[in-house]
Design a protein around this ligand. Structure first.
Ligand SMILES: Cc1cc2nc3c(=O)[nH]c(=O)nc-3n(C[C@H](O)[C@H](O)[C@H](O)COP(=O)(O)O)c2cc1C
Length: 172
């Protein structure tokens, strides 16, 4: 098995992060991987908002928790988050944005950076608070939240992958 496939298989979601910020050189490479994700008709509509300001990370975590009606930290203490949004006028926007997050997570894993996809971006960025953030960030247009990719360095041991469910490959 080659290194790229090995990396995809060994990538695991992280749910406990150190406070240490992600190395800038690694982040640059992770973002490049996101930019090169395939998009339907090569529309390249997904955008990534890199949030490293601790106050803003905290706010995004709080808005996320509010959607669930809990007061825990859905970002697991991650020092940064890449917010993935895509243009809802593009008919493949959800698939396009999802593939970007997949690239981000796989690239991160290959560089020893831990990640986790955090849901509820759609609800967060449809809310007044989310819309205000988009305005503050200078994001204009019909952008809808696809997901959040939290990044950082793992605290503690990585969990093993759960067993793969059977009968998911059909070769008639
Ligand atoms: C669309 C999507 C939404 C997810 N949302 C969350 C989430 O909100 N919180 C979380 O802890 N993990 C979330 N995850 C991570 C999954 O729970 C995780 O990928 C799954 O348990 C398999 O574990 P692995 O990534 O380590 O293989 C999400 C993953 C996907 C693909």
């Amino acid at each position: 098995m080659n290194e790229a496939i090995q990396n995809m298989i060994t990538r695991r979601s992280c749910r406990a992060f150190q406070s240490k910020q992600v190395e800038e050189s690694a982040l640059q490479e992770i973002l490049q991987a996101g930019l090169y994700a395939a998009t339907g008709r090569n529309k390249q509509s997904p955008i990534m908002v890199v949030v490293q300001n601790p106050e803003e990370v905290k706010l995004l975590s709080k808005l996320n928790a509010d959607v669930m009606g809990v007061d825990t930290d859905p970002f697991y203490g991650a020092p940064m988050v890449i917010v993935e949004l895509a243009d809802s006028n593009v008919h493949t926007y959800v698939e396009d944005g999802s593939l970007v997050i997949g690239n981000l997570m796989n690239a991160a894993s290959s560089l020893g950076v831990a990640s986790c996809w955090i849901h509820r971006a759609k609800e967060v960025f449809a809310s007044d608070e989310g819309q205000a953030l988009l305005k503050k960030w200078g994001v204009e247009g019909d952008y809808v939240g696809v997901g959040h990719c939290v990044l950082g360095y793992r605290e503690g041991e990585e969990q093993e992958a759960s067993p793969r469910r059977e009968n998911r490959v059909f070769r008639p």
